[in-house]
Design a protein around this ligand. Structure first.
Ligand code: UDP
Ligand code: MG
Length: 139
């Protein structure tokens, strides 16, 4: 299997609940290497651009509200098969549909406020990591 990179974000609900350490520990125990890690506050412009693929969806403006409601923590991760393995670790978008033991099942309140982001393909993993991190910040 190929070594891949994927972007995680500990979303504003994760930070508000002080779950950053707990969630990152689960990611690290699952074998992911942390290449980059920072806490930021997204502007509406940046959050809108990051989720531009969802621009026409009814939940888009609520998603931008949520993602700008407090600090979040983008994390660049690397591992063999990182994209699929990370999505397995976090579970389905809606915590009601997420498998037992997954991060979203354990910690998410609802489909919108679902604790973590994960890239959906290796190509998007690279693009999304570059959205938040310069090459010199990936070490
Ligand atoms: N989202 C939402 N309502 C929906 C679907 C998605 O608020 O009906 C939000 C949710 O925070 C989700 C994000 O939009 O994580 C991106 O949606 P996507 O379908 O890409 O889910 P993900 O890849 O995060 O599982
Ligand atoms: Mg997605």
């Amino acid at each position: 299997m190929a070594v891949e990179r994927t972007l995680a974000i500990l979303k504003p609900d994760c930070v508000r609940k002080n779950l950053q350490g707990e969630v990152l520990a689960r990611i690290q125990k699952a074998g992911f290497n942390v290449l980059g890690f920072k806490q930021i506050r997204l502007t509406r412009e940046a959050a809108g651009a990051f989720y531009a693929v969802h621009k026409s969806r009814p939940f888009y403006s609520g998603l931008v509200d949520f993602m700008t409601s407090g600090p979040c923590v983008p994390i660049a991760l690397e591992k063999e098969n990182a994209v699929a393995d990370y999505r397995t670790l976090i579970g389905a978008t809606d915590p009601k549909e997420a498998a037992e033991g997954t991060i979203r099942k354990l910690f998410a309140d609802n489909k919108g406020e679902n604790v973590v982001h994960g890239s959906d393909s290796p190509e998007n993993g690279k693009i999304e990591i570059a959205f938040f991190f310069s090459e010199s910040e990936l070490v």
